[in-house]
Design a protein around this ligand. Structure first.
Ligand code: SF4
Length: 346
């Protein structure tokens, strides 16, 4: 339902009343801002880790399930992560999904260790030059760690700006994206950019949410020019969900070992250990042990796991047997881990 009627008309313009706008936002944040571990530090490394984790994972998962705390305990510095084996890192990332992020972070940690003697770079350009670090992440680290006046635009900020400026154009085009960054650059203050950037992101999460913006209590309502917030931002309609079927085997040998397959280079979940995948035709005669569904990007996957009691005489390429006691230490995609645990628990 559009929230137009409850939103009072704007009296000021964010760019013409910049100081008042920045003050209103930061004052709101001082009382309403949430207390996250990465906001209690100015060390750029934990800030970078949190930014990478939060790219595609909710705060509740990152914090609530202890992923962030465990990860930081394992790799408190870039050097600790640079020296770790990729398998170990994938295991530490388990449950967060989108494992490419863990590899990018590993590459960044190695670059910091190799090119900067393990000391996190101080300049924005050097942060931006680290592997896998884009404009948003570099700006976030520079502003949160060093209080540098760098603009940031993530999905929350994009939504807030679209509404504040009543932006009636698509934001997912290069021109639309450029306009968002222009506003962010114009609005970030030289004084306390750290609080300003945290505040605008937080406002997007708490106050100016996608479906139910709370305009009546919004600290920016005097500056906000849209009349129907829920119609903004404008984007190309979301890609349709595609249904996909996967067929896998659960095979246990006489020693109780489980057959697993290592995902190969270039494939999604590269380097992880999964239940061996098969063509549908190869599973037709086998009893179904478990059927489950999971979502990844725009795919809705139905995973069927078949119990194969016919011991293969030889394993296929990239497949090997693993003792039950070793499963815990192997990096495994969450759907496979859940399926395996459910089957083993009977
Ligand atoms: S910024 Fe968002 S929550 Fe605030 S008044 Fe505008 S649309 Fe409403």
């Amino acid at each position: 339902m559009p929230n137009g009627p409850q939103k009072p008309p704007a009296k000021k313009h964010p760019l013409q009343h910049k100081r008042a706008f920045q003050t209103a936002l930061v004052q709101w944040f001082e009382t309403k801002g949430k207390d996250y571990p990465w906001r209690r530090t100015t060390d750029p490394w934990p800030i970078l880790v949190s930014e990478i984790m939060l790219q595609q994972t909710q705060v509740a998962t990152v914090l609530g399930k202890g992923h962030y705390t465990r990860f930081m305990a394992l790799y408190p510095t870039p050097r600790d992560m640079a020296e770790a084996a990729e398998q170990e890192i994938l295991k530490a990332w388990e449950g967060l999904g989108y494992y490419r992020r863990a590899r990018n972070l590993h590459a960044a940690a190695k670059a910091i260790t190799r090119d900067h003697r393990g000391i996190f770079p101080r300049k924005y350009e050097e942060i931006r030059a680290l592997p896998g670090i884009g404009q948003y992440t570099a700006g976030a680290v520079a502003s949160f760690a060093y209080n540098e006046a760098q603009p940031i635009v993530d999905a929350n900020v994009a939504r807030v700006f679209s509404r504040l400026f009543d932006f009636q154009e698509r934001i997912d085009t290069s021109a639309g994206n450029k306009q968002l960054w222009k506003w962010a650059t114009e609005l970030v203050p030289a004084e306390n950019p750290r609080a300003f950037n945290s505040a605008i992101m937080e406002l997007g999460q708490q106050q100016c949410s996608n479906k139910s913006p709370n305009c009546t209590t919004c600290p920016l309502r005097r500056f906000c020019h849209c009349s129907e917030p829920t119609t903004l931002p404008i984007k190309k309609s979301a890609a349709k969900v595609t249904r996909v079927d996967e067929f896998a085997l659960f095979t246990q040998d006489s020693h109780g070992r489980i057959l697993l397959q290592q995902v190969q280079k270039g494939e999604r979940r590269e380097g992880m250990w999964s239940l061996p995948r098969r063509e549908h035709a190869e599973t037709l005669d086998l009893p179904l042990a478990l059927k489950t569904t999971y979502a990844i990007t725009r795919y809705q996957v139905t995973l069927r796991v078949y119990a194969d009691s016919n011991m293969p005489r030889s394993t296929r390429q990239h497949e090997s047997w693993h003792l039950l006691d070793d499963l815990e230490s192997l990096p495994m995609p969450s759907p496979d881990r859940r399926a395996l645990e459910s089957i083993l628990e009977g």
